[in-house]
Each structure stands twice: as structure tokens, then as C-alpha cells.
Design a protein around this ligand. Structure first.
Ligand code: NAD
Length: 475
């Protein structure tokens, strides 16, 4: 059994099998499901470690993060295979994700050496003002299943770089990637208690964390869980950062390059089986290009190779588990019941292995008030909404409770730059898929998609450090 890491010790728990969604007869391993008490113990361990770690030399933090980056990069093929086996994204996507995690650790190894402040003049003569950043303390990190190593990386790396200690709870569906990452950090020299891993269910381990003695929580996951964490954090006057769902629009205008628009939408809506918070599940298309676009996208979907994540040539892996597949199927049925037309896909596919395979679905004739255009499905289902012109497209794009990403395909500079300014999303793309972002730039959304400071890049410091202003009378 693979164990939890608490205070530098591997601690056993209830053994839970980890199942491959491409082949349910493949058991990846058994992982220790922890308890609420484990979460409390891990917080205590992180608090004890914080006393020393907060004053650790930047070079020590740099060395641990660098070493972690190097091992992740060296083992990206092996860890990519493990990730693809437990989550179901294709081998290529999974290997790239491990490489991304390595780059993130590398970036934050550098950030650990760039912990600067400001010194300025006071309004009072002879007084100097120094503004410095200090660690926040013990940070709880709660992550979803869809990016099992990249999302933990973009929380753990900045937390440590800025001198915080962490308690990390991964999603129950993906313990293997989480365990591998923490094992690497442990062997890279992270002192006992600086990084604690508690695997297990949200309702026990997660709940114990959010009710525990943490100084901050960074969460990525569904809007419902995010709202719970916000409420608990408000009660405790505790800082929290929430990255939640999306219902991201991709606008396609009459003047778009059709081939490019199809590629952009195919990738944005369906790659990683549509299981990305940044997926473009609303395709808002102006009437002059609508029919040609729908025909070309339908053809492209028909040509997609859906199958076992590790098989050569697979472009779309399985849905993550039976529960998610049932939910996707229910949305497909609801789309039809509300009058949308199922152009292609949505059905369960049989393959050589017992997995959760579903053909990507494209709905046309949708209106923006239909359930499939309002709610995040988190699967390979996209809704085409036909609009008259750019102005209507912009209005429909912004008419959503979410605001994570948005995109536009056009050759018109005026519309591209107008959309960039007026889109109510945290991230905007022009002639690029809504999913697939850089690691050194801020990541986050607006409205119901995000709460608190941005993640990633240098902006991560806004969450993982606390500002101190000092006045020094040098006279
Ligand atoms: P989820 O909310 O069910 O679970 C996320 C994490 O929260 C898991 O570790 C889970 O165990 C934990 N959790 C569940 N209940 C909890 C509780 N009561 N207390 C504490 N922790 C609890 O989400 P999921 O199904 O794992 O992930 C899918 C969701 O994640 C989608 O909505 C997707 O959009 C979102 N997501 C957002 C981003 C982003 O950056 N905005 C990125 C990836 C995924």
C-alpha cells in the first residue's frame, strides 16, 4: 500500500484500489485513505515545521524545488504513463502534464531566489519604510482529479518557495500521481512536516482540513465545494483562493479561418475528454459561417480516435469514472429533451477493454438558456449557439455565471481587440483554444469561476505571502 506522509513519516490507512478508467480490470495499486485525525495531525506537523522552514535560506528552498523539477523531467515518460492510467488522458497529454509540473517547479525554484521587497522614503524626515513579504503559514491544498500532477505542482511549488508549509489533499480518484510527487519532494530533501500528504475523501479528510487550524487554503475543484470552503474560511477570517468551474465561450466570426476555427474548437472542447475547467463548451457562431463550421467540426469529430489512453493513436481517452459518464449521458439526454439537436456523438462506445468511453458530442440549435449551455458538464459535450453578428456573440459569451476563459476566432483586429477588452473572463484567447495556458503567467477567472488572487507565475506571491510594512527611524 502507498501511504500518507505526515511529519516526514509514511503512515498507513485504509487500502483503497486505484482503477484505470481505460480498463477497469487494471488495478494501479492500493493507496492509503486517511482519516479526519490524519488531517489534524498533518496540520500540527506542518505547524511545527513552519517554525524553522519560514526562516530557511532561499538557496535551500531553491535546491529542493530544483531537484524535484529535475526528477520529474527525467521520469516524465514513466510518470506520464502512471498519470494516463489513473486519470485517462492520453499518454501524450499525460507526459506533457508531467513535463509541465517539472517546469513549474523549475520556475518556482527561481522565485525562491527572487524574494524581494521595497525600500522607500517615509513622509517623515529621517524615517525609512521597508515593505517585505513573509510566508503566510500553514497552507491547505485541495486539488481535483483532472490535472493530477500539474495542479498540485502549481500550488505546492509557490507555497514552499515563499516559506510556507503545506498539507496536500489530492482528489480520491488520482492518488498515484500525488503520491509520486510527494515522494519526490520528500527524497529531494523537504524537511519533515514541510510537505504532508493526506489522501482520502473530501467529506472526511477534506472537511477536517477546512475546519482545521490552517492559515490559508488554496482549492481547485467544483463550485459547490468552493462555496463550502469560502464559507468556512470567512468564519475563521482565513485567506482562501478558489479556482472552480467554467462554461467557457469560443466565438467564431464569419471572417474566421475555417480550418483554424475547427482545430481550435476541437482541441478546446474535446481534448483531455473535455475534462478541463478551461474547455470551450459553448461555441458561439455567426450565421455566415455557421453551416460550414458545423459541417467541418462534425466531420473532424467523426474522425477522432476515442479509446484506451495508452494505445497508439488514441486522441480522446475515457471519461474518468462511471459517475462522470452517467452525468455526461444525463446532460446529453437533457440537451435533446430541451430541443437541441444532437449533430453527432454523445453515445457510449465499446472498445477491447472495459472502460468509460464516450464519443464527443456536438449539439446545434442551442440557445444560451438551455441547461447544456448554462451548466458545466465537465465532459466531451459542446453546444453551438447561432448568433447574428459580433455584438450578439459578445453578449451571449458574457451571459454566464462563470468567467474563467473565453476565446474568439476572427481575422478582424477590431473585433479581436474589442473582445479582449469586453470579455468578462479572467483569460482570453484569440485564434487559440481556450484551454492550454502558460505556466509563468497569471491563471484565474472572474465571477463564479474564481475567488481570491491569481495562481501561477510571479502573481502566485499575492496568495502565498503576506506583506509587512516596517518604519525605521534611522536618525
Ligand atoms: P470536487 O469539488 O468534487 O473535488 C475537488 C477536491 O475537493 C477533491 O480533492 C475533493 O476530495 C475535495 N472535497 C470534496 N468535498 C469536500 C469538502 N466537503 N471539504 C473539503 N474538500 C472537499 O471537484 P472535482 O470533481 O475533483 O473536479 C472537477 C471540478 O474542478 C470541475 O468543476 C472543474 O471545473 C474544476 N476545476 C477547476 C480548475 C480551475 O483552475 N478553475 C481546474 C481544474 C478543475
Amino acid at each position: 500500500m502507498r501511504s500518507n506522509l505526515i511529519a516526514g513519516e509514511w503512515v498507513n490507512g485504509t487500502a483503497v484500489p486505484n482503477i484505470n478508467p481505460s480498463d477497469t480490470s487494471d488495478v494501479i495499486g492500493e493507496f492509503a485513505s486517511g482519516t479526519a485525525q490524519d488531517a489534524t495531525d498533518a496540520i500540527a506537523a506542518a505547524r511545527a515545521a513552519f517554525d524553522t522552514w519560514q526562516f530557511s535560506a532561499p538557496l535551500e528552498r531553491h535546491a529542493i524545488l530544483s531537484k524535484t523539477a529535475a526528477e520529474l523531467m527525467a521520469r516524465r515518460d514513466e510518470l506520464g504513463e502512471l498519470l494516463a492510467r489513473e486519470e485517462g488522458k492520453t499518454r501524450a497529454e499525460a507526459t506533457a502534464e508531467v513535463g509541465r509540473a517539472a517546469q513549474i517547479f523549475d520556475f518556482f525554484a527561481g522565485e525562491a531566489l527572487r524574494l524581494t521587497g521595497e525600500v522607500g522614503a517615509s513622509t517623515r524626515p529621517g524615517v525609512e519604510v521597508a515593505v517585505t513579504r513573509e510566508p503566510v503559514g500553514v497552507v491547505g491544498l485541495i486539488t481535483p482529479w483532472n490535472f493530477p500532477i500539474a495542479i498540485p505542482a502549481w500550488k505546492i511549488a509557490p507555497a514552499l518557495a515563499h516559506g510556507n508549509t503545506v498539507v496536500f489533499k489530492p482528489a480520491s480518484l488520482v492518488p498515484a500521481s500525488a503520491h509520486a510527487l510527494v515522494d519526490i519532494l520528500h527524497r529531494a530533501g523537504a524537511p519533515a512536516g514541510t510537505v504532508n500528504l493526506v489522501m482520502g475523501p473530501g467529506r472526511s479528510v477534506g472537511q477536517s482540513l477546512i475546519e482545521g487550524d490552517l492559515d490559508a487554503i488554496s482549492f481547485t475543484g467544483s463550485t459547490g465545494t468552493g462555496a463550502l470552503i469560502a464559507a468556512e474560511s470567512a468564519k475563521r477570517m482565513r485567506r482562501c483562493q478558489l479556482e472552480m468551474g467554467g462554461k467557457n465561450p469560443m466565438v467564431v466570426l464569419d471572417d474566421a479561418d475555417l480550418d483554424m476555427a475547427v482545430r481550435v474548437c476541437l482541441d478546446g472542447a474535446y481534448f483531455s475528454t473535455g475534462q478541463r475547467c478551461t474547455a470551450s463548451s459553448r461555441l458561439i457562431v455567426t450565421e455566415g459561417i455557421h453551416d460550414r463550421f458545423v459541417a467541418a467540426l462534425g466531420e473532424a469529430i467523426a474522425g477522432l480516435n476515442v479509446g484506451h489512453a495508452l494505445h497508439e493513436g488514441t486522441q480522446i481517452g475515457p471519461v474518468v469514472d462511471q459517475g462522470q459518464l452517467d452525468s455526461n449521458l444525463a446532460y446529453v439526454a437533457q440537451g435533446e429533451a430541451e430541443g437541441a439537436m444532437r449533430q453527432i456523438g454523445g453515445e457510449v462506445l465499446n472498445r477491447d477493454t472495459a472502460g468509460f468511453f464516450q464519443r464527443p458530442a456536438l449539439f446545434t440549435g442551442c440557445t444560451n438558456d438551455m441547461t447544456i449551455a448554462r451548466e458545466e458538464i465537465f465532459g466531451p459535450v459542446a453546444a453551438v449557439i447561432r448568433v447574428r453578428d459580433y455584438d450578439e456573440a459578445l453578449h451571449v459569451a458574457n451571459d454566464t455565471p462563470f468567467g474563467l476563459t473565453s476565446g474568439i476566432c476572427t481575422r478582424n483586429l477590431k473585433h479581436a481587440s474589442d473582445f479582449r477588452r469586453k470579455s468578462q473572463a479572467g483569460m482570453v484567447t484569440v485564434n487559440l483554444p481556450t484551454a492550454g495556458v502558460d505556466f509563468h503567467t497569471p491563471f484565474g477567472g472572474r465571477k463564479g469561476s474564481s475567488f481570491g488572487p491569481r495562481e501561477q507565475g510571479a502573481y502566485a506571491r499575492e496568495f502565498y505571502s503576506s506583506i509587512k510594512t516596517a518604519y525605521i527611524n534611522a536618525g
